[in-house]
Ligand binder design. Sequence first.
Ligand code: SPV
Ligand code: MN
Length: 626
Amino acid sequence: MREAISILESTLTDANFRKLLAITDRRVHRFVADAIELCRPMKVFVCDDSKMDTEYIRRTAIARNEETPLANPYHTVHFDGFYDQARDKERTVYLVPEGESLGQHLPQMDRKKGLEITRNRLNGSMDNKKMVVRFFCLGPLDSPFSIPVVQITDSFYVAHSEDLLYRRGYDYFRRLPDEKEIFWMLHSSGKLMLGTSIDWENRGVAIDYKENTVYSYNTQYAGNTLGLKKLALRLAIRKADRENWLAEHMFLMAVKGPSGRKTYLTGAFPSGCGKTSTSMTRGNNIVGDDITYIREVDGKARAVNVERGIFGIIRSVTQKDDPLIWDLLHSRRPAIFTNVLITEDENPRWLDDDQPVPKGGTNYSGEWFPGKVNRDGEEIPYAHKNARYTIGLDGFPNLDGSLDDPRGVEIGGIIYGGRDMDTWVPVQESLDWAHGVVTMGASLESESTAATLGPSGVRKFQPFSNMDFISIPLGKYIQNHLDFGLRLSAVPKVFAVNYFLLGPDGYYLNRKDAKIAWLQWMEARINGDAEAIATPTGLIPTHADLETIFREKLDRDYTLESYEEQFKLRIPEQLEKTERIAGIYRDTVPDSPRAIFDILDAQKARLEEARTEFGDYVSPLSFSRS
Ligand code: SPV
Ligand code: MN
């Protein structure tokens, strides 16, 4: 390769060259020069995070048809291609050096071969296009949590979205300590038609963890393209493994207790299972809704939000159920909607918004009209099920003051939740850290949703809700969780929740806002303010405590009848689950820690004993207080 500096000097305008060279790290120069040689852009734009530069990115996204302005001058819409509406798990592969294996759960490819394919796809991909070079930081700046990231993309939509979602890092890069570890992201949307990637059949994401670099091509959907989101999470999980901390697919929030008390909790839920809505519950404060780093500091578990914005699903968001989000999305706060419908009067519409079906408009399929069908004759809904909004957290009325605290916050609890219609009770606490790690985190299952390609509604193994992003062998990842607890003197409590329990008539047993009550109970438990009943699978609330919480927080009754129905121990389903999970680890995770089997066996024995004593379905009133 030619000298990086001479490549940069001959390709960049003076102003852009100066902006880039103000960052003195030679690794940065080499990465940009290599991307230029590979992708051969017509021009290169280096963003220095000034208002002028960030505005230029937003305006260019519109000028190039990647975004369409809406009636609200602070809003735009971006459409991803018809077949590019979610994360493509199958085509997201780890490039594995010779002799290494990540186990059978992770899609992987020989590194040399993968790099060759990837570089072929990216070869000349920015022909006639402008390359954007941006600098960001994952986590607060100047903190033990900070990870600097270089993002190169030819999509102004990607560069604009990241501006709303991540901490700008140009100045931070100018003062980086020598040899600080950096993540490197290179994306190209490939050929575009009307602002949309058309070569989706040849799309892919290649994770070269050896070089901390991720390549993404021929796709635009944020989960496949925004380097700082799920692409960096995969690299962060490897870094966390090396450095003994945790990189998790979790929200981070403050639950408010009595007399202004605040307790921080993180929560791992697979996509589309209530993660964002839990972190935005009324009366509490949000720190983040998607990705959290957790480190041990002086024996405590401290955590930060890796991001500073929300890329949230916009379906069933209504004025009545989600007033906070609704108001924010009708304000002067900059936002990008994706894959919603644009009405004739230039307003966004999403599914289940409590309004009549629109008469027509433009959506991800082009011009839309009621009854429009796809190639297979299936009706195209007016908006996609995985339609989203992108918005910065700054100025949210419920934003917690700790967002940018470089020390992070101490967490009192970790929650695991999935889409489970018939097994878990609405909320329970684990017997201890390892029991939580194994029977809650490592045993998490969930029905699939529209957030990933493929059929929805199929029960899937979703350990820690992080399975899609785990980048080390699964057994090692679980061992790291077990070990992390051992290093703590103040160990967070571990909880499991289930918002999706169905009654015999096929209806959900709980209203959406019941999560407010479960959070309150967890907050009380962490602070020693609530009793619990010991069952074979964990510690559950008493009816009396829930009755008080529902009355105080939700202004309604919580009857003994509801309690008995919701909190009954479903022994056949629990036993089946225990067997299923133990089977998965036995048959497919050769490096499973022994603790998984010991803890699952002990749970099974407790369940069988309870069945002998009480039968298959056991009222919570049969068990005694712990
Ligand atoms: C998720 O699907 O978990 C998301 C959205 O948070 S994305 O990963 O960006 O697709
Ligand atoms: Mn997510």
